[in-house]
Design a protein around this ligand. Structure first.
Ligand code: ZN
Ligand code: ZN
Length: 375
């Protein structure tokens, strides 16, 4: 395709901007690996980190780019990737490095639903509403619309749009099935849908339209873009507001409540201050996602600070607590015997729940473990 780009090293960056972008576009299977290779070799010298997925369907990326090199990255992208020229850079609400490393992976599907692309028209896209259009249209409806959250249960658990239908699903494939169930017989009605950044709706919207649904509207840039819109409105409102009114009164009424779940180390960014979820252990209002500190368990859980402290940062199951306590003791001993040596943080010791479906269902797993102990 072209030559490797040489770049001079910069000092390690400290400030980062997180961007996401995607485009469905058929690519020759043989080119997928070349694209993967070029992204890896080109972006590393730019200190870009994140996850880029390439497939014969197109590209889907979430990256953190050093703040002072964003323009360089955009110029690089515009120059070298004309094949993906329909992307929109979708910045995250908060600044900061959301990833540790750069991963570029070749995937079979960008978002897995197992549906063959030859069975529908991906170009039959839904109508894109900008966050402002979305906000105004949904705020002005007299009846609650058919509004579908195209994300998984653990994502919508900590934040969602008012009146949204939130299928209790663990995978995108299940959500597609739920979507068809919800929309059955409503071919002539307006259907609204949203997800984190838009890619899941671009695909599921095209599926609906190909099946004869006439009016499918999606939130362009997803919850991430809506969050930024609300953020900007508040910023503007603060500036324009009469000094005699409090900041609170000047706030735009967000029709999204709570956090936007993100698939990076932040595991979510707040859009409003509402806490709509509960601690999985004690039931106190909480929307802080964490992984069990026993790496072999790795359960994705919502845990309040007091439960976290009580259970050594684990999911609270006895085996995880014991394991982490034992490891911490060993760690202390190693530190004492060999100062400066960093030992292993965890080791297998509990039946691992690497299967995605279970890893994100902490209440089910904890219930199962309880039964295992009893039997
Ligand atoms: Zn708790
Ligand atoms: Zn655990």
């Amino acid at each position: 395709m072209r030559d490797y780009i040489q770049r001079t090293p910069h000092p390690p960056p400290t400030e980062y901007i997180t961007l996401s972008f995607y485009q469905f576009r058929p690519i020759d299977e043989a080119d997928v690996f070349k694209i993967q290779y070029y992204f890896l070799t080109d972006l590393r010298p730019m200190d870009v980190v994140g996850r880029i997925y390439v497939s014969s369907e197109g590209i889907n990326a979430q990256i953190s780019c050093p703040k002072n090199r964003v323009e360089e990255f955009k110029t690089y992208y515009a120059t070298h990737w004309p094949i993906f020229n329909k992307i929109r850079f979708n910045p995250a609400m908060s600044e900061g490095k959301a990833f540790k490393k750069l991963h570029v992976r070749a995937k079979k599907q960008l978002v897995s639903d197992g549906i063959d692309n030859s069975t529908f028209d991906l170009n039959n896209e839904p109508t894109y509403l900008t966050p402002e259009e979305w906000h105004k249209e949904l705020s002005s409806l007299s009846e609650p619309p058919i509004l579908i959250d195209m994300r998984n249960h653990y994502e919508s658990a900590i934040g969602h749009f008012e009146n949204a239908i939130r299928p209790d699903v663990t995978t995108f494939k299940e959500n597609i099935e739920a979507m068809f169930e919800i929309c059955k017989g409503k071919e002539d009605q307006d259907i609204y849908m949203y997800c984190t950044g838009g890619i899941r709706c671009t695909r599921s919207g095209a599926l609906l339209k190909s099946k004869g649904f006439s009016s499918v509207k999606m939130l362009q840039g997803g919850v991430t873009a809506y969050g930024r819109y609300i953020q900007e409105q508040r910023g503007d409102a603060k500036e324009k507001a009469d000094p005699s009114t409090s900041t609170k009164d000047a706030k735009v009424h967000s029709i999204y409540k709570g956090k936007n779940f993100t698939f990076d180390k932040r595991l979510g960014e707040p859009i409003t201050e509402d806490v709509i979820a509960k601690c999985h252990t004690c039931g106190a209002p909480c929307d802080l996602y964490l992984n069990c500190s026993n790496m072999a368990c790795n359960l994705l859980m919502i845990s309040c600070p007091s439960c976290l402290q009580k259970h050594e940062g684990t999911c609270g199951s006895q085996s995880c607590v014991d394991m982490v306590k034992e490891l911490n003791e060993k760690q202390k001993q190693i530190q004492k015997d060999h100062p400066g040596l960093i030992g292993m943080k965890a080791r297998p010791g509990i039946k691992p729940y690497h299967e995605h479906r279970l890893r994100v269902r902490p209440l089910t797993v904890l219930e199962m473990r309880k039964n295992e102990v009893l039997s």
